[in-house]
Each structure stands twice: as structure tokens, then as C-alpha cells.
Design a protein around this ligand. Structure first.
Ligand SMILES: [Zn+2]
Length: 141
């Protein structure tokens, strides 16, 4: 695994997204929540897409969601993932509303639409803790 190549695929940590990454490091899924309409959003943004308010705070959310869509990546598009193909990409509808794209932590799992999943946090080869989702029944309850 080329650690430097993997690290280049992760977004820079900025003042705007730092609470999300701090949450990952702490094992918590944190989302921005609009202070006016209460809607959670992902990714972070300066303006609420629902009501256009510029006021928001960060909230720890459940990490629970369901598979909205998924696919299996077989192509080695990115050197950082060359050793990991095939791997599952999942698009998860969080219980709080937002859609989040990530990878599936369970390498042998066969996901299906509307399957319950739960956020898990794993160190990437570059050392940063990243969000993944698990279909493991023990983690989903
Ligand atoms: Zn709002």
C-alpha cells in the first residue's frame, strides 16, 4: 500500500470540515445541523440547502442508516486502492436524512437496497480515521 497515494485521496482538513474529522477520530459521526430549520447536512456547507440559513452547529448523530445504493469496484482507478479491489462502495441514507457515500467495512458482505447499516470508524493506511459502514447485525441494532 502506497501510504502517500492514499493520503492524497483524502480531503484536506479545513476549519469547515474539522469537526467531522475530529468526530471520526473520536468514533462519532458528527454532522452540521441548521440552527433555524434543524436539518442535518453532509458534506459541510456554509449555507443550509433547505432554508438558506447561515447559522449551524455540529451534532453527534446515530450513525444508523440504510443502503440507498451500492456497487462493487473492480477497476484500479486509484493507486491507493489497488490492493483493495474488489471493494464495495455504498451510498447510505442516514437516519437523520443526508446521503453519505463511503465504503463497506465488511469485505465479504453482499449489501442490498434498504439494508440497515451502521457507521464504523477505521484508521486508513495514512493514519487518518475514516468513516465506513458495516452491515454486521451485531453493529446495526
Ligand atoms: Zn435550515
Amino acid at each position: 500500500m502506497d501510504v502517500a497515494a492514499y493520503a492524497k485521496l483524502l480531503p484536506d482538513i479545513t476549519p469547515s470540515n474539522k469537526p467531522f474529522w475530529d468526530g471520526c477520530a473520536a468514533g462519532e459521526l458528527r454532522l452540521q445541523q441548521c440552527s433555524d430549520c434543524g436539518r442535518h447536512r453532509f458534506p459541510d456547507a456554509p449555507i443550509c440547502p433547505q432554508c438558506l440559513s447561515g447559522s449551524a452547529s455540529w451534532a453527534v448523530v446515530s450513525g444508523k442508516g440504510t443502503v440507498w445504493s451500492w456497487c462493487t469496484m473492480h477497476q484500479k482507478y486509484f493507486a491507493a486502492f489497488a490492493d483493495e479491489v474488489p471493494y464495495r462502495l455504498v451510498y447510505v441514507r442516514l437516519a437523520e436524512g443526508p446521503l453519505v457515500i463511503s465504503t463497506l467495512a465488511d469485505e465479504s458482505a453482499e449489501p442490498h437496497i434498504d439494508q440497515p447499516v451502521r457507521a464504523v470508524f477505521r484508521p486508513s493506511p495514512g493514519g487518518r480515521v475514516v468513516l465506513q459502514f458495516s452491515t454486521d447485525a451485531a453493529n446495526v441494532s
